[in-house]
Design a binder for this molecule. Structure first.
Ligand code: FES
Length: 214
């Protein structure tokens, strides 16, 4: 299974990667609290996902990028654990690489993960919030050195941000390899979000610019 970023073009997905929808679920206060599993889309072994945001056949590419899309990859290549800021809490450490933020907002609930980590009793909820973060911006490391990751099978999920009425990024789950236009491979991670609005300043990854969309 592999995703190739094509020059000023789409994501080329190969190896029969399952494709489905995932919606952000909210509580009465509108806070992100759970993920709602959506339908699985019919695909072949290989397919191309739109990266410019202009396709009339979303989520698939229809060639609209040819009308002028600057898809230059600008993301840094520093490994996550080196690039992330470390916040030492009580009984846990929080790793945070802000430029990866896709603004799914799970980390804002119950006073925010940055406060929760200061009490060891909050380990479970802080870990859940970090694991619900689709972009992999946040990771909890417990005091025994365990990097807590959700169990994700290899698949792609198209995020629907229902509470905000926005189309979210492409959630790459389960450590699928992502190959840059120049043939190099990005750090393999359990979860990352790829831009599909075409506006990210951290391509190919989402940096929440889709929230600025009309
Ligand atoms: S989809 Fe999030 S910045 Fe493009």
């Amino acid at each position: 299974m592999r995703i190739r970023v094509l020059k000023d073009g789409p994501y080329e997905v190969s190896g029969g990667v399952p494709l489905k929808k995932m919606t952000i679920g909210a509580n009465k206060q509108g806070e992100s609290t759970h993920w709602i599993e959506g339908e699985r889309l019919k695909t072949g072994q290989a397919y191309r996902l739109c990266r410019c945001g202009k396709s009339k056949h979303l989520p698939f590419c229809d060639g609209s990028h040819a009308h002028g899309f600057d898809g230059r990859e600008t993301a840094g290549r520093i490994p996550y654990e080196e690039a992330a800021i470390r916040y030492q809490g009580d009984g846990m450490e929080l790793l945070d690489q802000e430029e990866l933020c896709a603004v799914a907002r799970f980390c804002d609930v119950a006073g925010s993960i940055w406060n929760l980590i200061n009490d060891a009793e909050n380990l479970e909820i802080a870990t859940q919030q970090a694991c619900d973060c689709p972009s992999g911006r946040l990771t909890i490391i417990t005091d025994d050195g365990t990097r807590v990751e959700p169990e994700l099978k290899p698949e792609i999920a198209l995020i629907c941000d229902e509470p905000e009425g926005k189309m979210g990024p492409i959630w790459v789950r389960g450590g699928i390899e992502i190959e840059a236009e120049d043939g190099t491979v990005y750090e393999k991670r359990n979860r990352v979000t790829l831009c599909r609005c075409g506006k990210s300043r951290n391509k190919p990854f989402c940096d929440a610019m889709h929230m600025e969309e009309e």
